[in-house]
Design a protein around this ligand. Structure first.
Ligand SMILES: [Zn+2]
Length: 279
C-alpha cells in the first residue's frame, strides 16, 4: 500500500520541542480526535499540555511531511478536552485523513507494546527503552525486545467467474470474507497460503500470486495478501473456526468486510476483474 504524503519513521525526537507536531493520543485503544468538522483530525500542537492533558508515556514516531509525530498514552479515566472525543480506530476510519489514520495505526501498536513489555521475559527486571532503535533492552542480560508483529496471510481463491468466501463463527451475522490465517514459525508465506486453504476448506490451489500488504493494528498483525486459483477437491469444512464456505459470483455476494480491510481490496479487485463496479 502506498500513501499520499511522505512519512519517515524515526525514533530520535527533535532536540527542542518548538514546532507543531501531530499527536496520536490514546486512552486504552481509543484515539483522541476533534468532534468537528468532518473529516475529523488529530491534535496538531507543540505540546499536549496545551490541551490540559498529561501523558503517561510518549513515543516519537517520525515525521509526516516534515512535521514531527508523537504517540502518547493518557490515563484510563482521562476526560477528553472540550470539542474532542476518544474513538476506536475502526470507528474513525474513513473520517480521519488516511495518512493520519495509518500513523495512528502505528501509534497504537507502539503504545500497546510499551504497555505489555515492561519486564524482561528472561530475568524479570524492568526493561529500558533504547534511544537508537524501536526496542527495549534488559539492563541485566541485554536481551532485546522489539514491537510484536504477527504476519498473517490472506488469500482470494478464484474459480472461473466465482470466488471463495467463508464465514468464521466470530463474524457479524451474514458476513463472509476471504480466508486468512497466521504464518507459523518456519513457514514461507506461500506455504502458509496453501496450508490455510487446505485446513479451512479442504481445497487445493495453484498460481499463488502476491497482491499487496497492509498493517492491521487489531492488535498487531501484518496482513500479506495473495490471489490463487482453484486446483481441485470439493469444499470440506473440518475446521471448527469456519461455519460455512462457498463459491460466489460477483452479482450474488453476501455481506462483505468494510473498505478499511485488505480483504475488501481483494474482493473489489475480483469484482473489477469481472467487469463489475465495486461498491
Ligand atoms: Zn534480562
Amino acid at each position: 500500500m502506498v500513501r499520499n504524503r511522505k512519512f519517515i519513521s524515526g525514533v530520535v525526537p527533535p532536540q527542542e520541542r518548538s514546532e507543531p507536531a501531530w499527536w496520536f493520543v490514546f486512552r486504552e485503544s481509543n484515539l483522541l480526535v476533534y468532534q468537528e468538522p468532518s473529516p475529523v483530525r488529530s491534535p496538531y500542537l507543540i505540546d499536549l499540555g496545551e490541551l490540559g492533558l498529561t501523558a503517561l508515556s510518549e513515543h516519537y514516531l517520525g515525521r509526516l511531511d516534515n512535521q514531527p509525530c508523537y504517540a502518547a498514552e493518557v490515563a484510563e479515566g482521562t476526560i477528553p478536552p472540550a470539542g474532542m472525543t476518544f474513538e476506536g480506530l475502526r470507528q474513525v476510519y474513513g473520517r480521519l485523513d488516511e495518512d493520519l489514520f495509518w500513523i495512528a495505526a502505528r501509534a497504537v501498536q507502539i503504545i500497546d507494546w510499551d504497555r505489555t513489555h515492561r519486564f524482561c521475559g528472561r530475568c524479570g527486571v524492568p526493561l529500558k527503552i533504547k534511544t537508537t532503535e524501536r526496542a527495549k533492552e534488559c539492563p541485566q542480560c541485554s536481551l532485546l525486545h522489539f514491537p510484536r508483529l504477527a504476519p498473517a496471510i490472506i488469500v482470494l481463491v478464484e474459480r472461473g467467474d466465482k470466488l471463495l468466501l467463508a464465514r468464521s463463527r466470530h463474524f457479524m451475522p451474514g458476513m463472509y470474507s476471504v480466508l486468512a490465517g497466521f504464518v507459523e514459525p518456519g513457514e514461507s508465506l506461500e506455504e502458509a497460503v496453501v496450508r490455510e486453504v487446505k485446513e479451512e476448506v479442504g481445497i487445493e490451489i495453484k498460481d499463488i500470486k502476491y497482491f499487496g500488504s497492509q498493517p492491521w493494528p487489531f492488535p498487531h498483525s501484518l496482513m500479506i495478501g495473495f490471489t490463487a486459483t482453484y486446483a481441485g477437491s470439493g469444499i470440506f469444512l473440518d475446521d471448527e473456526e469456519i461455519e460455512n464456505a462457498d463459491w460466489f459470483t460477483v452479482d450474488s455476494l453476501p455481506r462483505i468486510p468494510g473498505k478499511i480491510s485488505i480483504a475488501r481490496k481483494l474482493i473489489d479487485w475480483f469484482i473489477e476483474k469481472q467487469g463489475g463496479v465495486s461498491g
